[in-house]
Design a protein around this ligand. Structure first.
Ligand code: MN
Length: 307
């Protein structure tokens, strides 16, 4: 077992898996430290495709971090998104691109948080001149992470720094961003063998709006119809999740990556909050939201303003 565990948030996405793999590679091969990346939950199809594309093995999946471990935390500082033991471990470094989320530590640590579209961009910048030593497959993983988090640079979270990093990384990796994006988004959109519950759990975060707990599930897809054709199954599952997780409401955003728009539905009783947040109406239980794709930059602030 390595001294230093490098890990991200659960549920896992491409950024929170690929960025720790690359940063662990850097700590080990450039800095000479005993580091390894681990994952806290199963990979989604997009992430599997990214790892396969660059021939990189899936990190070991762990359910907890042992007491006394050293941890580099990447892509979150929210204790609710961490596997057990992380908040009691010695967190030696944080790399992130989210708002601060309540983490407390016993000792001083290195913290690099930037308002970029992807933590892979933060990792890339943190490595500085050492990125010249990045092997193709590591550059490829960072490129895949940027493509995933920024929806191939179309999300409003995208910054100039992300764009420059992606251009350099795709060069280093010898891939074309658009081709890689198409492979990844096609894989992520295939929900044919998944239950509604699995799909809703793939990319979800919980928030406190006005003292009440809500979940926001995002389904990023090149084909919203894959979800909307099964809408009754999804509605039923969202209601079950609401009860099982003691939530006031569940909002589900079906994000069309190609059209940069979202379709929203929610559990019964939460319609009013959504209407207030987005100043739009539900038609047959669905709200059409042109231009809305980002939970962090658009969706959460809209709800926070509404309560
Ligand atoms: Mn991220």
């Amino acid at each position: 077992m390595s001294d230093i565990k490098v890990l991200g948030h659960t549920p896992a996405d491409t950024d929170t898996v690929c960025s720790p793999i690359v940063y662990a590679w850097y700590l080990k091969n450039v800095k000479g430290q005993d580091a390894e990346a681990v994952i806290g939950s199963e990979l989604n199809k997009e992430t599997k495709v990214a790892l396969e594309e660059f021939g990189v093995a899936v990190p070991e999946q762990v359910s907890q971090v042992e007491a006394g471990s050293k941890v580099v935390l990447i892509d979150t500082t929210n204790p609710k998104e961490l596997i057990s033991g992380v908040t009691e471990a010695e967190i030696i470094e944080v790399l992130d691109h989210h708002k601060l989320g309540g983490l407390a530590t016993d000792k001083p640590l290195n913290v690099t948080i930037r308002p970029y579209g992807c933590v892979a961009t933060v990792v890339y910048e943190r490595m500085g001149a050492d990125t010249a030593e990045l092997p193709k497959e590591m550059a490829g993983l960072l490129a895949a992470a940027i493509i995933s988090d920024t929806l191939n640079l179309t999300s409003p979270t995208t910054t100039e720094v992300d764009k420059e990093a992606l251009a350099k990384l795709t060069d280093l990796a010898g891939v074309k961003a658009d081709e890689l994006a198409e492979k990844m988004f096609t894989a992520k959109s295939d929900i044919s063998d998944m239950t509604a519950e699995q799909v809703l759990g793939m990319d979800c975060k919980d928030f406190d709006f006005g003292g009440s707990n809500y979940r926001i599930s995002s389904i990023e897809t090149t084909n919203p119809q894959f979800t909307l054709d099964r809408i009754e199954e999804f509605r039923k599952s969202a209601e079950e999740i609401k009860v099982a997780s003691s939530l006031v409401g569940v909002f589900v955003f079906v994000v069309d990556i190609l059209k940069s728009e979202a379709t929203l539905f929610c559990t019964a009783g939460s319609e009013e909050l959504a209407q207030k947040a987005f100043k739009a109406e539900f038609v047959n239980g669905l709200m059409h939201l042109p231009g809305v794709v980002s939970r962090k930059k658009q969706i959460v602030p809209a709800f926070e303003d509404a309560v």
